[in-house]
Ligand binder design. Structure first.
Ligand SMILES: Nc1nc2c(ncn2[C@@H]2O[C@H](COP(=O)(O)OP(=O)(O)OP(=O)(O)O)[C@@H](O)[C@H]2O)c(=O)[nH]1
Ligand SMILES: [Mg+2]
Length: 703
């Protein structure tokens, strides 16, 4: 095959609400373009894209899949089309973000019966972050309840009047097989054999009036791109030249003002070919894109990395998968220059060099060797040593770092324990590998609570990970709610608390004696120790032991076994014994004095408070805001995005364990939220009592 030219590459992400038909559409593309020789079905578990065991079992996409094909543009040029099929289910939103980061055009799939759903809106919102052009496909027009007009109205209502309807269906419903293309003013009649072929015919008389109306609206939407064109349109009717339409359409899409709409039935493979043709003819090539914004190593100043085919090689890794037999496979996009096996590159994230080994073009799990990947292309490479998702590999002559994918914060956590004690180390390795594949899945060992905590985007996400752990790595774990990392501190000062540690039981005794002053410090200022001993009443050599004794209590807590924070302790008096005093005695004396003083200094328990953003359809406002209050949340702001409502609030972590699941069930699966640690705050008294009681009970049970 002739070398691929960057200007002939198109990079497309398939996005949209769960179940809208993305994977089925991808399957249609591969069949129509001859990559496969049959049309796989999600229900039969034989699609190219959903090839993982858990995807086949659940009949949903969980991972995004990289696919590619070739298609001839209308002027006969072979275009390489890279497609990333993303999952629609909210728990896997990280996959969508990484796909949008490296593609130029997002196809947003909309179900013709269900209309705009929360996944449609969130897909659109995410395209704003990564500057993708947008095309809407109205799918499932072969279903009985498909409602094209209503869906178009909804798209316009949500995304603006510059929605350009390119086609309308002639016979939506069970027998759906033809559309009127109002851009070309042709009747497209599709064969019903699944290959998606069609014939172009003249528009029948009875549909001509409707077609003209749609055509006029289409041309008007395009004319709005340019004042001169708009004038011409209104003065001379609808006579824009093909060149003007071409110009206005491309400009409007590039500026993200204009969104074409197509009609399809993915499962019947109707409409696929003309969408491919449109992608080839009208969407941006990597060379049309604005330069990437990056930075040089050791600098925060932004620099531009233009898409230059002969520039210094620069690639960005957006996904890593670990596959049987080959190990880690990293997916990347070339942002400048071209790369081939054997090329030495540098990873500025860790300063290490990487030699590229074999490159592959991908279709799900099938891969084909590539001799090079040119500027703008997307491909896979095996066996990188030290490079991960979000890393840039660049030329040693011109090292750069490109901007990272902004993955969402986790919104649900679980504590896990190996069923089999001996498995701990192996589980750590498996968890690490699962995180490599999915950066929205996080693992942390909390030394304070001695728990291994896994976090992710919701119940389904964490269950998927636990299943993978079982199926792929053969481990089973028990799960529980993570302990909340409370803190302890004081509200008032104690001028003098004394403790004398004295022990005389034959042999050498123990003696340590201290007077401490204990004071609260400002939140976040930490622990301070001051030595105000004069005249050597506590000899200098024992002072570090006093501080050590204090730090030990600070770490193990006084009230409920949680860290003590933001206190100042001054050692100002004490005494010692020539023979019996030693470090241990002073450590014990200091610890006991502190515990005693702490309990008298109005101790309080602090709890972690999170900043929370909740997005959900407006009709659930009452139940969502009521639920926030019942979780001791404080609402700080409300915004509206189309038909979505956003609540910004602060909520205690201890009230959020089941929040992800509860929010979904309250909003018919349409609400989602993001959270981020904010600060520590006093626990209300009645809650404090409960926490102390629970701690005492657990302590008693453990004895
Ligand atoms: N009747 C009809 N069913 C369709 C069509 N397209 C997809 N489906 C069905 O809709 C269901 C979901 O299709 P998928 O292709 O898995 O949808 P998806 O958008 O990839 O789903 P996720 O990746 O899980 O978000 C499957 O049962 C498909 O067979 C269509 O055009 N017509
Ligand atoms: Mg899918």
């Amino acid at each position: 095959m002739a070398a691929i030219k960057p200007e002939n590459i198109r990079n497309i992400a398939l996005t949209g609400h769960g179940g809208s038909g993305k994977t089925t559409f991808a399957e249609g593309i591969l069949y129509a373009s001859g990559v496969t020789n049959r049309l796989g079905r999600v229900e039969e578990g034989n699609t190219v894209s959903d090839y993982h065991k858990d995807e086949i079992e659940k009949q949903i996409s969980i991972n995004s899949s990289l696919l590619n094909t070739f298609w001839k543009s209308s002027d006969g040029v072979d275009m390489k089309i890279n497609i990333i099929d993303t999952p629609g289910f909210m728990d896997f939103v990280g996959e969508v973000k990484s796909a949008l980061r490296v593609t130029d055009t997002a196809i947003i799939m909309v179900d013709a019966f269900k209309g705009i759903e929360v996944g449609t809106e969130s897909s659109f919102m995410m395209t704003n972050d990564y500057d993708n052009n947008v095309i809407f496909l109205i799918n499932k027009l072969d279903t009985e309840n498909a409602n094209f007009d209503h869906t178009v109205d909804q798209i316009k209502e949500s995304f603006g009047s510059r929605v350009a309807v390119v086609q309308f269906p002639v016979n939506a419903g069970e027998g759906f097989d033809s559309v009127i293309d109002v851009m070309r003013m042709k009747w497209l009649k599709f064969n019903n054999d699944g290959k998606g072929e069609y014939t172009e015919e003249e528009i029948p008389e009875q549909l001509m009036e409707k077609a003209k109306e749609y055509h006029k609206k289409f041309v008007e939407t395009i004319a709005e791109e340019d004042e001169e064109m708009l004038e011409k349109f209104f003065e001379e009717g609808e006579n824009l030249t093909d060149e003007e339409i071409d110009f206005g359409l491309k400009k409007g899409m590039r500026e993200k003002k204009l969104f074409p709409v197509f009609c399809i039935s993915a499962s019947k493979n109707i409409g696929t070919r003309d969408v491919l043709e449109f992608i080839s003819d009208y969407t941006e090539s990597p060379l049309d894109k604005e330069p990437e914004i990056g930075r040089r190593p050791n600098s925060q100043d932004p620099i531009e990395i233009p898409p230059k085919p002969d520039g210094e090689p620069t690639i960005f890794i957006f996904k890593t998968v670990s596959e049987k037999n080959i190990g880690e496979l990293s997916f990347f996009r070339v942002y400048s220059g071209k790369v081939q096996p054997g090329l030495d590159m540098i990873n500025e994230a860790n300063g290490k060099s990487e030699r590229l080994s074999q490159l592959y073009s991908m279709n799900g799990k099938d891969r084909k060797e590539m001799s090079e990947a040119v500027c703008g292309d997307i491909a896979g490479v095996v066996k990188l040593k030290d490079s991960h998702t979000n890393n840039t590999l660049s030329s040693k002559n011109y090292p750069v770092v490109l901007s990272e994918i902004r993955f969402p914060h986790p919104n649900m956590s679980l504590a896990i324990h190996a069923k089999n004690k001996g498995d701990d180390d192996k589980i750590a390795t498996a968890l690490h590998s699962l995180h490599e594949e999915d950066p929205t899945f996080l693992i942390e060992f909390n030394p304070e609570t001695s728990q291994t905590i896994i976090s992710g985007q919701g119940e389904i996400h964490l269950n998927t990970i636990l299943n993978r752990m079982k199926n792929k790595y053969n481990f089973e774990v028990d799960i529980s709610n993570p302990k909340i990392p409370y803190r302890e501190t004081i509200r008032s000062r104690i001028e003098d608390v004394e403790y004398k540690h004295k022990k005389q039981s034959g042999g050498r005794g123990q003696f340590g004696h201290v007077h401490l002053k204990i004071e609260p410090r400002e939140r976040g200022s930490g622990f301070e120790f001051a030595n105000a001993i004069v005249g050597g009443v506590v000899p200098g050599r024992f002072v570090p032991a006093v501080e050590k004794g204090l730090i030990e209590v600070l770490n193990s807590g006084v009230l409920i076994g949680c860290k003590v924070i933001d206190v100042k302790v001054t050692l100002f008096d004490g005494s010692y014994h020539n023979v019996d005093s030693d470090e241990i005695s002073f450590k014990i004396a200091a610890a006991q004095a502190f515990k005693k003083g702490f309990k008298e200094a109005h101790p309080v328990i602090l709890e972690p408070i999170y900043d929370v953003e909740i997005v959900f359809p407006e009709e659930f406002m009452g139940s969502v805001s009521g639920d926030v209050s019942s979780r001791r949340g404080r609402i700080q702001g409300m915004d509206v995005f189309g038909k979505l409502q956003k609540i910004t609030c602060q909520m205690p972590l201890s009230e959020m364990n089941d929040y992800s699941t509860k929010l979904r069930s309250m909003t018919q699966g349409r609400g989602y939220y993001d959270r981020k640690f904010s600060h520590y705050e006093d626990v209300p008294k009645e809650v404090e009592m409960k926490i102390i009681e629970e701690y005492e009970r657990e302590k008693a049970e453990a004895v």
